[in-house]
Design a protein around this ligand. Structure first.
Ligand SMILES: Nc1ncnc2c1ncn2[C@@H]1O[C@H](COP(=O)(O)OP(=O)(O)O)[C@@H](O)[C@H]1O
Ligand SMILES: [Mg+2]
Length: 304
């Protein structure tokens, strides 16, 4: 190793950053709900938090204040095209509190302290072309997220990555940001239906495939599922026999690694109606309280 590669290798160590990758190849399993809720709670507890929205649906961007971009605003596709660095497109998360004045649209928003996002622009014609953009602009191993995080070393206590429901190149580049120097994990949310139970097995297979590739082994890249988050869990007011059965099976199979349950709640879908994360618009609601317990279980105690 030359001295400059040694210096680069050292720079990759994200001393203080925890990285959580929300991924599962199954649509609508509470990846975005969990990512935005936990990011907000962790930020409220005094940590500096960055969300990276990798999903072309751009739902995390919507919930954290960027359903529309201002003229000239950069987003995730500009990073994919190598026209911007990850750090250049970071903006502060926010939610709308007033009518938009076209002269000064930003004035309508309240900023969320400690919470930032690399947003995706749903109106960008390139947004659905992530895999092609990465192929055209980034080299085969595509360490852009890993390197982009390293370039911001020390700036974030936690980075939460919201993935699309595929294991295409975009998601894989989030997985390979998890090397031994990073305190991170792939955190799959599941919705207590049989579809997600099967998807968990496939996620393990995919991660095993990555962990056993020589090119990744030599770099110490080892993405792992350490914990699983069961969401929209059935309770006395919601759930069919099938939901209860699947929950019991999940508890049997993964009991030790299951995080505290987040139960079904009618509050949760409102994040998309209000463009606002649940711990802000309904801080005392059941899901906000339950995600608070999840944040504690993940080790994010309130900072004084
Ligand atoms: N705890 C919950 N209670 C009720 N509905 C939920 C809960 N968590 C998520 N949902 C709903 O499930 C659907 C999928 O959630 P979302 O977070 O968008 O999933 P993904 O990002 O995996 O596609 C949404 O309609 C969302 O409102
Ligand atoms: Mg989503």
């Amino acid at each position: 190793m030359t001295s400059s590669t040694a210096a680069r290798a050292r720079a990759r160590v994200l001393d203080k950053t925890r990285v959580l990758v929300f991924a599962l190849k199954a649509g609508g399993t509470a990846k975005t709900s969990s990512c935005t809720s936990l990011a907000t709670i962790i930020a409220q507890r005094g940590y500096r938090v960055l969300v990276i929205d990798l999903d072309p649906q751009c739902n995390s961007s919507q919930v954290l204040g960027y359903s529309t971009f201002r003229d000239g605003q950069l987003g995730i596709t500009d990073v994919m095209k190598e026209q911007a660095e990850l750090k250049d497109v970071v903006v502060q998360a926010r939610y709308q509190v007033d009518e938009i004045d076209p002269e000064d649209p930003d004035a309508a928003y309240e900023l969320i302290e400690n919470l930032f996002i690399v947003p995706g622009n749903i109106d960008d014609p390139d947004i659905d072309e992530a895999e092609r953009l990465l192929n055209d602009h980034r080299n085969a191993d595509s360490y852009w997220i890993r390197d982009g995080l390293a370039a911001m070393d020390g700036e974030w206590d936690a980075v939460l990555i919201d993935c699309p429901a595929t294991y295409g190149r975009t998601t894989v580049t989030a997985f390979i940001a998890l090397d031994k120097a990073v305190d991170g994990e792939v955190l799959p949310p599941v919705l207590c239906t049989f579809k997600e139970a099967g998807a968990l097995v496939r996620l393990e297979k995919k991660l095993h495939e990555i962990r056993t590739q020589r090119k990744y082994i030599t770099k110490g890249i080892a993405p792992e599922v350490k914990r699983i988050l069961a969401c929209a869990a059935p309770n006395s007011s919601y759930g069919t026999k099938e939901h209860f059965k699947t929950l019991a099976e999940l508890e049997d199979a993964y009991g030790e690694v299951l995080l505290p349950l987040v139960h079904w709640s009618g509050e949760m879908p409102k994040i998309y109606r209000d463009d606002c994360p649940v711990p802000i618009f309904a801080p005392n609601s059941m899901p906000a309280q339950e995600y608070n317990k999840v944040a504690t279980a993940l080790g994010f105690e309130r900072r004084t």
